[in-house]
Design a protein around this ligand. Structure first.
Ligand code: HC1
Ligand code: SF4
Length: 564
């Protein structure tokens, strides 16, 4: 085997692309600010330098490992070098750490602490820049930007959007939308992946917690909230639980302790989506129109992407509202009469792993008679902040169940939160054979896994179905081009804007790929433990359709026509 000697330790390597990965494999974390294994190598921050035998400094992120290479990661020279870089970065950085939203989660702050920096000897070199808060999902504050370029690369390479880029040269270099536009005036799809990778608070998620707290303490308001599938496997990370551990019961308890009047699981909405989307797919297959597949519609960033980049496929996107919006419409209807009787106003909220949901909630298509079906969306991280602020000891509280009469959901609804999950849930509904074996056949068809592009061919009720599952908008873009050119053909394509699906949404606590894998495994464990596996077997769903408030109103409440 090939090996390196790192700080006197032998480290075997094989597939590792760069020295940094080999260093990580022996349990040393060299500081980095601009390195992500999923993105191209930029090598801008120079924090990851190491020293070879001859005293050369090498950027470990952009240098491939060589057999029998000997390096040190922590010499006095390296320490001096790293501190100098940090000092220069901090000299050009707004340093209001104690009142910054990224306080305690900022990577720059963390490194300053870790390297023991106590002084910045240079005057502040950065001109003040205006904050851009035009987007409903994210806020840009260029005075906190360290020019690592992570946001630019994720927006370009992973999402194929390219809404932001570097502008100017030298000390006036900034990251900005083209022509000095505001973000809301660009083709930004509100996916928030730029905020997810930003090491500082230069791009952060927009919060509306002030308004939410005010609603909670308003006696004239009934504040109800739904919690998205993927929140359950990530929120606990902030309170010491392992990534992937399902804490949905504790989340329900904490939400009640915060003062919400009722709490529900968005998985009910996902079950509704499956009922409608499976029907739509069945009808599409019958119709024989197979120029394009039926595309899923639950991801609002994907919808925006399709609207702006591939408007010609809009007719092939499912007319189903997202689970959040379906459930939002149902809840507003459910409380209508009660509100009148009690002289109250129901405020419908959602806790989402996603920041594009903030944009979905304010789209005109989801405002009926001047009233939005979802009044506020907060992210997993915002709920974490509420729990912290209120002093609730999350790890100590007992789990509870969601409120009646929407207290039951299926495992199919849970797995919506991982890439491939919507497809798996729809197939469970569509296959005629409802056996454990058929659940397994679907599971092993190729739709599970961390890959950004998955394909499966399945026999469905006597016909062959070609399915595509993509996460990351760049992957969706490439697949659509192949479909347009005739190189590929599908009957059904699931798209989620965030790589790996909602588990890695920009509203979730930040984590690396290994932890995302754990989150994914956690979602499948929760499905395994669910007594109901298929959406159509959920009695809540049955009751809504049969004599319930959905009877005869499916089209009005569950479907949408995007105006573009
Ligand atoms: Fe998702 Fe969905 S799965 S979009 O990833 O279809 O956000 O979790 O809530 O609406 O159910 C997000 C997650 C979420 C919707 C559902
Ligand atoms: Fe690009 Fe998404 Fe950030 Fe918008 S939210 S700038 S699309 S990465």
């Amino acid at each position: 085997a090939k090996y390196m000697i790192i700080d006197g330790i032998r480290a075997d390597f094989d597939q590792e692309k760069n020295i940094l990965q080999v260093i990580n494999s022996v349990g040393i974390h060299v500081p980095t600010l601009c390195y992500y294994s999923d993105l191209s190598i930029y090598g801008a921050c120079r924090m990851c330098m190491v020293e070879d035998e001859r005293g050369n400094l090498i950027a470990s992120c952009s240098t491939p490992p060589k057999d029998k290479m000997v390096i040190r990661t922590n010499t006095p020279r390296l320490q001096h070098h790293r501190k100098m870089i940090l000092e220069l970065l901090l000299a050009a950085h707004c340093r209001d750490c104690t009142i910054c939203e990224k306080n305690q989660t900022c990577r720059l702050q963390e490194l300053a602490g870790r390297l023991g920096l106590t002084d910045v000897r240079f005057p502040n070199t950065r001109e003040a820049q205006p904050v851009d808060d035009s987007s409903v999902s994210i806020v840009r504050d260029p005075s906190k930007c360290i020019l690592c370029g992570d946001c630019v690369r994720v927006c370009n390479e992973v999402q194929h959007v390219g809404a932001i880029d570097f502008a100017n040269r030298g000390s006036s270099m900034i990251v900005t939308p083209a022509f000095g536009k505001k973000l809301a005036e660009t083709n930004c799809v509100n996916c928030g992946q730029c905020a997810a990778v930003c090491p500082t608070a230069a791009i952060k998620v927009k919060t509306n917690l002030d308004k939410v707290w005010r609603q909670l303490y308003d006696p004239g308001k009934r504040v109800v909230v739904q919690v998205a599938p993927a929140v359950r496997v990530a929120l606990g990370e902030a309170f010491g639980l392992a990534p992937g551990e399902d804490s949905i019961g504790k989340i329900f308890t904490a939400i009640r302790m915060l003062g919400f009047d009722a709490v529900y699981d968005t998985c009910v909405g996902a079950d509704l989506t499956i009922m409608e989307e499976a029907k739509e797919l069945g009808e599409k297959l019958e119709s024989g129109d197979d120029r394009f597949p039926l595309f899923t519609s639950c991801c609002p960033a994907w919808i925006r992407f399709a609207e702006t980049k591939h408007p010609d496929i809009m007719p092939y996107i499912s007319s189903c509202k997202s689970p959040m919006e379906m459930f939002g419409a149902v809840l507003k209807e459910y409380y209508k009469d009660k509100d009148k009787e009690e002289g109250k106003e129901t405020i419908s909220m959602a806790v989402m792993p996603c920041v594009a949901k903030k944009m979905e909630a304010v789209r005109e298509e989801f405002i009926r008679d001047g009233v939005p079906d979802i009044d506020y969306v907060i992210t997993t991280k915002e709920l974490i902040r509420m729990i912290r602020e209120s002093g609730i000891q999350f790890d100590e509280i007992d789990p509870e169940a969601p409120d009646m009469p929407f207290s039951i959901s299926s495992g199919a609804g849970v797995i919506f939160g991982v890439t491939g999950g919507v497809t798996e849930a729809a197939l469970r509904r569509l296959v005629q054979e409802k056996s454990t074996q058929s659940l397994r056949d679907i599971k092993f068809s190729g739709i599970r896994g961390m890959e950004g592009v998955k394909e499966a061919v399945l026999e469905l009720n006597g016909r062959t179905l070609r399915i595509g599952v993509v996460s990351g908008l760049g992957n969706a873009d490439n697949l659509i081009e192949k479909i347009k050119s005739g190189e590929e053909h599908f009957d059904f394509v699931e798209v989620m804007a965030c790589p790996y699906g909602c588990i890695a949404g920009a509203g979730q606590p930040f984590c690396h790929k290994v932890d995302k894998k754990e989150r994914m495994a956690g979602m499948y464990r929760s499905d395994k433990a669910a007594p109901i596996k298929r959406s159509e077997e959920n009695p809540v769903i049955y009751n809504l359709y049969h004599g319930g408030l959905l009877e005869g109103r499916e089209h009005e409440l569950l479907h949408v026509h995007y105006k573009g």
